[in-house]
Design a protein around this ligand. Sequence first.
Ligand code: LLP
Length: 437
Amino acid sequence: MEGIPRLTLFPLTSEVGSGGHLVIGGCDSVELAGEFGTPLYVFDEFTLRRKCAEFKEEFGRRGLETTVIYAAKAFINKALALIVKEEGLGLDVVSGGELGIAHSVGFPLDRVYFHGNNKSAEELRLALDWHVGRIVVDNFYELGMLDRMAGELGSTPDILLRLSPGIDPHTHRYIATGIIDSKFGFPLTRIEEAVEKAVQASCLNPVGLHFHLGSLIYEAEPYRQAIELALSLANEMKRKHGFELEELNIGGGFAIQYSLDSPAPAIAAYAEVIASRIITGCRELGLELPRLTVEPGRAIVGQAGVALYRVGVVKEIPGVRRYVMVDGGMADNIRPALYGAGYEALLANRVVAEEADVVTIAGRFCESGDILIKDIRLPAVSAGDIIAVPDCGAYCLPMGSNYNASLRPAVVLVREGRPRLIRRRETFDDLVRWDLI
Ligand code: LLP
């Protein structure tokens, strides 16, 4: 990787192979693009499994009983759900659909946490019927509905109450979730009422609290603040309402490094602050240590995924800009257009070449805002070259669309030189499958 700093943003197995081609999981990315077509999403199985293991190791060795659950919204399909299952993680699902995917591969549903700020009655019913491990109750409406439904079914689900702690995690405002003005969770000013109702509910078993501060959080400090707040709240609720904090779920939000100038803390650094604050806080308050649950999404799957695009048109506007147009864009990765998210890239078919020109990588969709990367220095690019964008494993495909009636890309899992197609590219038939005339 020496001499090519951007390679460090790619999956852990990435290297430069013969002919200067980018190799991921032992597979030549240019050959993958040829065989499976572009845009292509390539996931490196080693990186995926390594990140799962790292979360378990780092959070598991700090004196707290810890459960790591993967936030499926970052990206889930059958193959991925099976990997997460094999690695012994649980799953955070946020819809009946995600729950259905887990169910379809026999994911142990007692390791599933069901989230959502507006779960439907049908979804809650499914969660009860399938005995999911935890339902994370978000609001009073859900609390009442779940208690009634559980009563009808004669069950007593384990629930967590989602607290919105009013802490700013210093991230993009669209992905800050634990602030005061948030649609998620019980506001601090009403959490006591929620605890009281949950404790008194005849068919609910409140086992703890949950918060999720937001996503792409580059500091550990907001977690520390939120933990202090949650523990002192738990202490008060224990005294007043006999509420026992058996489990504290601190959500996800752990950042990854998208660009060379914005390094993210190591998983160990988050784990140290979070675990030590819980242990010290409980000691100070005389509380029993709760079990800890963490819900990483991006930090498990982000670095494992690479998007490959083929260059078509290169358009020069003298003195203004050189546009390099690729065969994907905002339909497979809306993040730059939606959040102004920044990405790096390499030329997959000429990784070692000198960087020469500053170009702008534009997508193929009918929006001027469909720009994947503004102003990036790359070797001279021409039609047919393959652009590889790292850190595309999280939130690209699940937020993807069929905009301009485009076909959603294929997804390939690579491992030790063998590619495995884990989602086929859509076809024109897929586009009209649901249409009736
Ligand atoms: N737990 C809960 C309750 C969540 O809402 C989320 C993400 C996570 C865990 C996982 O967060 P992570 O570890 O992946 O940061 N579409 C945005 C991100 C939205 C995150 C939504 N909730 C993006 O592309 O940046």
